[in-house]
Design a protein around this ligand. Structure first.
Ligand code: THU
Length: 160
C-alpha cells in the first residue's frame, strides 16, 4: 500500500488593501453583486466578480427559485454569463463575497463543489489558472488555482 498526502496552498490577507489594486476592485465588485442577489429562500446572498484577460469585470449573484434546485450559485451565473458574452476570453480571477442579515460573512465562503467543477473547466479550456479571492470581514483567502480546492479532479481528458 502507498499513502498519498495531498496539500493545498491558501494565502490569507488581513485586508483587501494588502492586495493588488485590481483584486481589491474585483472584491468590491463581488460585494456589490451580492447586494443584488435574488435569495428570498436562503437569505444568503452571494456575489461573484470575474476578471477576464481583456480587463472586463463580469458580475453575478445567486438566483434562487421556489422550485429550489432550479436556482443557481453566484459563481456559475457570473462564469456562464462571461462565457456567453466573451467566448474567446480567458478568465484570470474570480472574487466571491457572501452577505447575510448581519452583513458580510466574517469568514470567507468557499465555492461549492459544482462551481469549482465549472471553474476547473475554464482553467482546462484556456490552459491557465484562475486566481481565487474569497472575501470575509476577518480575512481574505486567496488561491492561485481552482486545483488548490479540487486537487483530485475530473477533466475532459478522462473521457477520451
Ligand atoms: N451559493 C452560492 O451562490 N455560491 C456558493 O458557492 C455556495 C452557495 C448560494 C446558493 C443558494 O442560493 C445559497 O447560496 C444558499 O446555499
Amino acid at each position: 500500500m502507498n499513502k498519498r498526502e495531498i496539500t493545498s496552498v491558501l494565502i490569507d490577507y488581513n485586508s483587501s488593501a494588502e492586495l493588488e489594486n485590481i483584486y481589491e476592485e474585483l472584491i468590491n465588485n463581488a460585494k456589490e453583486a451580492a447586494k443584488k442577489a435574488y435569495a428570498p429562500y436562503s437569505k444568503f446572498k452571494v456575489g461573484a466578480a470575474v476578471l477576464l484577460d481583456n480587463g472586463a469585470i463580469i458580475k453575478g449573484n445567486n438566483q434562487e427559485n421556489a422550485a429550489y434546485p432550479s436556482g443557481l450559485c453566484a459563481e456559475r451565473v457570473a462564469i456562464f454569463y462571461a462565457n456567453a458574452q466573451y467566448p474567446e476570453r480567458t478568465i484570470r480571477a474570480i472574487a466571491i463575497a457572501a452577505l447575510t442579515s448581519s452583513g458580510f460573512t466574517e469568514e470567507p465562503i468557499p465555492p461549492c463543489g459544482s462551481c469549482l467543477q465549472v471553474m476547473l473547466e475554464s482553467e482546462k479550456k484556456s490552459n491557465s489558472s484562475i486566481q481565487v479571492l474569497l472575501y470575509g470581514q476577518n480575512k481574505i483567502t486567496s488561491a492561485d488555482s481552482i486545483k488548490q480546492f479540487l486537487p483530485i479532479n475530473f477533466t475532459n481528458d478522462m473521457l477520451m
